[in-house]
Design a protein around this ligand. Structure first.
Ligand code: B3K
Ligand code: ZN
Length: 867
C-alpha cells in the first residue's frame, strides 16, 4: 500500500522572495450579479492587458466552476483548470475575457466571498475571498476600475450597494425585480470590492471636506437599529476631519457608506467607499453598550476610514507587505483616539493590548517579523505582530524624528506612491527622504522577529549618573542569530528629594551594549526609562522597590507611572511564585503595594480614568510571560491572593471611592466614564477581599444601573462569586436583553471569562444553550475565546479545557476555518507551561493535525505550534 496516498498533500508555502509582477493586468472589470440567497449568478467581464511575455492568463478561483468562458465575445474551449485556478491562452496584447459562475451565498459558512447574513447578501474579499465569487488575478497589485450591475428581488433586497457612486437605478428585468449600477472611478485591487443587497435603513449625514466638497454619509443597519448609529456617525465625521488636519488626507468620493452585518469574521473591512462592519463596531447606546464598546467603535470606524489613504489609495504590492497598510493605519487610529479622549489612558491601553496579544506571539511558535517571509495561508497573518507591533515600529520612527518631520515623511509617501501597490521598503524610504533620517539599521524591525530584551543599570559616582544598557533578541522560528536593533528610549532622571527632573531626553540604543553618562547629579537620581513606552521591548531594569514606589507616586509621564506600579506588583508576584519569600518579606511586599494603591485611590490630582487604569493588576498572561515555564494555577492563586489582600486592607477606601463614583450621573464625559471605571475596579478588588460585601454592592449596582457599563461591570463581579445573587442577576440580564445579539454575546463572555471556580462547567453548559450557535463568529468568540483566555477554564489541571478547545477547533474548522484557526495560539503556548499540562496541550494539537480534511488555516497554525 502506498502510504503517501493517505497523507494530506504537502502545504504550499508562499515566499516573499518569490514575488513576480503580474503577467497580465486588468485595467477594467464589469461584474453583473443576478442576486439570490440560494444562488447568485455572476458574469465577470475583464479587460486584460499583457504585462510580460506569457500568453497564459491565470485567474484564481476557490470552490467555483466556470459555466461559460468567452474571449472577445466568442465562446471558447481554449481554457483549462490548474487546481482551483482557471488558465486561458491569449494570443494578443489585449483581450476581453468573460466568465460566468454560479455561487450559493447561503451555503457559504466561511463568510469569505459572497455570503448571506440574516437574509441579506454581503461580501468579504480580503485577503483572497474575491476568488470565491469569480475567477480573477486575485492579488493586491492588480488594480482595476470596477463597474457593478446588480439585479434582484425588490422585496428581499430593497437596497443595492457597491463601491463608488450609484450611476443608475431601475425596475426589472422581471416583475418584482429591480437593478442598480455602481461605478468606482478609483482603480482598486479585488480585495477592496464589496457588494451589499438587503433590507436596510440608513442614518444619513454629510461631511464637507477641506476643499469644500460635500460628501454624503450613510450608515446602513437593520430597521430598528438606526438610533444606535449616532456614535459611529460622529466617529466617522471626526475621523474625516482629523485625517485632513493631521495627515492632510481628504476624502475622494462623493459618497461614503458603512453597512453593519451580524455575521462577520473580524471587526470591519475598508472596501472602497463601502465599508462593511461587524455590528459590534457600529451599534451603541447607553442601554446596550459599555464605555469600552464606545471606544472600540470610535477606533474601528476611524481605522477603516483612514485605510482610504493608507491601504486603498496606496495599497500593498503583495500580502507580505500587509503591515504597510495595517501597522500604519493602527498607528493612525491610535493617534486619533489619543486626540479624541485621554491620550495617557489610550497609550496605556494600547501597551496592555500589545503585551497581552503580541508579546506572547513574539515568544511562541508562531512568531514572525512584522513583514513575514513566508506563509501557507495569509489569513493567519492578520496578527497582533503585523498590526500592533507594526504600529509601534512606525511610532518609533515618529519618536525618532518628531511629529513635524514625520508628517513631512508621510506627505512624501502619499505623494510618491498614490495609486500604487507599494512595499514596506517604499514606506521606510519615503520617511527617510521626507523626514531626513537614516533608517538603515532601523529596517531590522521589519525583518527580525522576537521582542528585544533591554537590561538597564544606573550607577552613580562623583556627581555622574551612568546608565548601562544592553539588548538581546531571543531566537524565533527560523531566526537563530539576531543583529542589534535601533531602540529609542525616552528617559528622565528624577531628583528623589524634589520629585522633579531636568527634562526628558531621547537616547538611542543601537548596539549590543552602551553606556550613557549624565553629569551634574549630586545625589543618585531615580531612573524613569522607556517613558511613553517608546519602544516595543521588554525592559529589565535593576531598580529598587523604593524607587518604583517613588515613580508610582511622582512620575509625570503617565505611562511610566503606571509601569512603575505594574513592575512593583510583577516583582512581588514573581517572588511569591518563586516560593522563597519569608512571611515577613511577603507582608512587606504586600504592604508596599497596598500603600501605593491607597495613594492611587486617594490621589485627588488624578482623574478617575487614569485612576481606574492604575488599579488594574498585571494580567495572568503577562505574568506567565515573565517565566520560562509557568504554572497557571499558581499564578491565579498568587494574583487573586494579592487582590484579596488589597480588597481587605483597602476596604474602607474602596467603598468610599465606589460611593463617590456612584453619585456621578450617566454621561459620556471623561469624568462620568472615569467614575464608572473606578466603580468596577473597586468592586473587583472588594470581590476578592470581602466577597459577601462585594456581592451585595454589585447586586445593588446592577439593580440601579441605567447603563451597560455599570450593569456589565456588576454582573462580571457577580459571575465570579459563589452567591445566589449570581444566578439571579444573570437570569435578569438575559431576560432584559433577550433578542439583542450583541448583549447576549456579553452574557456568554462574562460567564466564560469569570473567576468562578466552576467556570469550565458553566462554559460546557452554555455550549448547549439555545442561544449558542457555531455559525456566528461573534457568538463563538464570546463563549470560547473568553474561555480560552481564562486560565481558570483553559488551564484546569485535568486538561478538560484543552480538550474543549481542541474539540471546538475540530468542529468549527469545516464551518469557518478562519475563525477556527484563531483558537490554536492558546494551545501553542505549551512549551512555556509546566510539563503535565504541556503534554495535554500538545496532545490536543496532535489530535487537530490528525483530523482528515483540515483547512490550510488550521493546519498551518497547528503544525507550526507542534514543530
Ligand atoms: N483589512 C481588514 C482585515 C481583513 C482580514 C481578512 N482576514 C480590516 C482592517 O484591518 O481594517
Ligand atoms: Zn486595517
Amino acid at each position: 500500500m502506498n502510504l503517501s496516498l493517505a497523507l494530506p498533500p504537502a502545504p504550499t508555502v508562499i515566499h516573499r522572495a518569490d514575488y513576480q509582477p503580474p503577467a497580465w493586468l486588468v485595467p477594467e472589470v464589469t461584474l453583473t450579479f443576478n442576486l439570490g440567497v440560494e444562488q447568485t449568478r455572476v458574469v465577470a467581464a475583464l479587460k486584460v492587458r499583457r504585462n510580460g511575455q506569457s500568453q497564459t492568463l491565470r485567474l484564481n478561483g476557490d470552490g467555483i466552476a466556470a459555466e461559460a468562458v468567452l474571449v472577445d465575445g466568442q465562446p471558447t474551449n481554449d481554457w483549462r483548470m490548474d487546481g482551483a485556478d482557471l488558465l486561458v491562452e491569449l494570443p494578443g496584447e489585449s483581450h476581453e475575457v468573460s466568465i460566468t459562475t454560479a455561487i450559493s451565498p447561503v451555503a457559504n459558512t466561511q463568510l469569505m466571498g459572497l455570503y448571506a447574513s440574516n437574509g441579506m447578501l454581503c461580501t468579504q474579499c480580503e485577503a483572497e475571498g474575491f476568488r470565491r465569487i469569480t475567477f480573477f488575478p486575485d492579488r493586491p497589485d492588480v488594480l482595476s476600475v470596477y463597474t457593478v450591475h446588480m439585479q434582484g428581488s425588490k422585496d428581499l433586497f430593497p437596497v443595492l450597494l457597491s463601491n463608488g457612486n450609484c450611476t443608475q437605478q431601475g425596475e426589472g428585468p422581471g416583475a418584482g425585480m429591480h437593478n442598480a449600477t455602481w461605478h468606482d472611478p478609483w482603480p482598486k485591487p479585488s480585495y477592496l470590492f464589496a457588494l451589499v443587497a438587503g433590507d436596510l435603513v440608513a442614518n444619513q449625514d454629510t461631511f464637507t471636506t477641506m476643499s469644500g466638497r460635500k460628501v454624503d454619509l450613510g450608515i446602513w443597519v437593520r430597521e430598528g437599529d438606526q438610533d444606535r448609529t449616532h456614535h459611529a456617525m460622529q466617529a466617522l465625521k471626526d475621523s474625516m476631519k482629523w485625517d485632513e488636519e493631521t495627515f492632510g488626507r481628504e476624502y475622494d468620493l462623493d459618497l461614503f457608506n458603512i453597512v453593519a452585518v451580524s455575521d462577520f469574521n473580524m471587526g470591519a473591512m475598508e472596501n472602497k467607499g463601502l465599508n462593511v462592519f461587524n455590528t459590534r463596531y457600529i451599534l451603541a447606546d447607553a442601554e446596550t453598550a459599555t464605555d469600552l464598546d464606545y471606544d472600540g467603535i470610535e477606533g474601528v470606524v476611524a481605522h477603516e476610514y483612514f485605510h482610504n489613504w493608507s491601504g486603498n489609495r496606496i495599497t500593498c504590492r503583495d500580502w507580505f507587505q500587509l503591515s504597510l497598510k495595517e501597522g500604519f493605519t493602527v498607528l493612525r487610529d491610535q493617534l486619533f483616539s489619543q486626540d479624541m479622549g485621554s491620550a495617557a489612558v489610550k497609550r496605556i491601553e494600547d501597551v496592555r493590548v500589545l503585551r497581552a496579544a503580541q508579546f506572547p506571539e513574539d515568544s511562541g511558535p508562531l512568531a514572525h517579523p512584522i513583514r513575514p517571509d513566508s506563509y501557507q495561508e495569509i489569513s493567519n497573518f492578520y496578527t497582533a505582530t503585523v498590526y500592533n507591533k507594526g504600529a509601534e515600529v512606525i511610532r518609533m520612527m515618529r519618536t525618532l524624528v518628531g511629529p513635524e518631520r514625520f508628517r513631512a515623511g508621510t506627505d512624501l509617501y502619499f505623494d510618491r506612491h498614490d495609486g500604487e501597490a507599494a512595499t514596506c521598503e517604499d514606506f521606510v524610504k519615503a520617511i527617510e527622504d521626507g523626514a531626513g533620517i537614516d533608517l538603515g539599521q532601523f529596517r531590522l524591525w521589519y525583518s527580525q522577529a522576537g521582542t528585544p530584551r533591554v537590561t538597564a543599570r544606573l550607577d552613580h559616582a562623583d556627581g555622574v549618573a551612568t546608565l548601562t544598557l544592553a539588548q538581546s533578541i531571543p531566537p524565533t522560528p527560523g531566526q537563530g542569530e539576531k543583529q542589534p536593533m535601533v531602540i529609542p528610549l525616552r528617559i528622565a532622571l528624577f531628583d528623589p528629594a524634589s520629585g522633579t527632573h531636568q527634562g526628558e531626553q531621547l537616547i538611542v540604543l543601537d548596539r549590543a551594549e552602551m553606556q550613557f553618562a549624565f553629569p551634574g547629579f549630586a545625589r543618585r537620581p531615580v531612573l524613569s526609562l522607556g517613558r511613553g513606552f517608546s519602544a516595543p521591548v521588554a525592559i529589565d531594569a535593576e531598580i529598587s522597590d523604593e524607587d518604583l514606589v517613588f515613580l508610582a507616586a511622582h512620575d509625570d509621564d503617565p505611562f511610566a507611572r503606571y509601569e512603575a506600579l505594574q513592575q512593583l506588583i510583577v516583582k512581588h508576584l514573581l517572588a511569591v511564585l518563586d516560593g522563597a519569600l519569608t512571611d515577613a518579606a511577603l507582608e512587606a511586599g504586600r504592604g508596599a503595594i497596598a500603600a501605593a494603591f491607597a495613594a492611587v485611590v486617594g490621589d485627588r490630582a488624578l482623574d478617575d480614568l487614569m485612576r481606574g487604569e492604575l488599579m488594574i493588576l498585571p494580567g495572568e498572561g503577562y505574568l506567565a510571560d515573565q517565566l520560562l515555564v509557568a504554572d497557571p494555577g499558581a499564578i491565579r492563586k498568587a494574583r487573586e491572593g494579592l487582590k484579596a489582600y488589597l480588597g481587605r486592607s483597602l476596604e474602607a477606601g474602596l467603598l468610599a471611592l465606589h460611593d463617590r463614583a456612584s453619585a456621578v450621573p450617566y454621561a459620556l464625559s471623561a469624568e462620568a466614564r472615569g467614575a464608572r471605571k473606578v466603580k468596577t475596579q473597586a468592586l473587583a478588588l472588594l470581590a476578592a477581599g470581602v466577597p459577601q460585601r462585594a456581592a451585595d454592592l454589585a447586586a445593588a449596582q446592577f439593580d440601579a444601573a441605567d447603563n451597560m457599563t455599570d450593569r456589565q461591570g456588576a454582573l462580571m463581579v457577580l459571575a465570579g462569586l459563589e452567591t445566589p445573587l449570581r444566578q439571579e442577576k444573570l437570569a435578569a440580564f438575559l431576560a432584559r436583553h433577550a433578542g439583542d445579539p450583541l448583549v447576549i454575546d456579553k452574557w456568554f463572555s462574562l460567564q466564560a471569562g469569570s473567576l468562578h471556580p466552576q467556570a469550565l462547567d458553566h462554559v460546557k453548559a452554555l455550549a448547549g444553550h439555545p442561544d449558542f450557535t457555531m455559525t456566528n463568529p461573534n457568538r463563538v468568540r464570546a463563549l470560547y475565546m473568553a474561555a480560552a483566555v481564562n486560565p481558570g477554564v483553559f488551564h484546569v489541571a485535568s486538561g478538560e479545557g484543552y480538550r474543549m478547545i481542541g474539540e471546538l477547533v475540530r468542529a468549527l474548522d469545516p464551518i469557518n476555518p478562519q475563525t477556527a484557526a484563531r483558537f490554536i495560539a492558546p494551545l501553542g503556548r505549551w512549551r512555556r507551561i509546566e510539563p503535565l499540562r504541556a503534554a495535554l496541550m500538545k496532545a490536543e494539537l496532535e489530535r487537530i493535525v490528525a483530523q482528515p480534511g483540515l483547512s490550510k488555516d488550521t493546519f498551518e497554525q497547528a503544525s507550526k505550534s507542534l514543530g
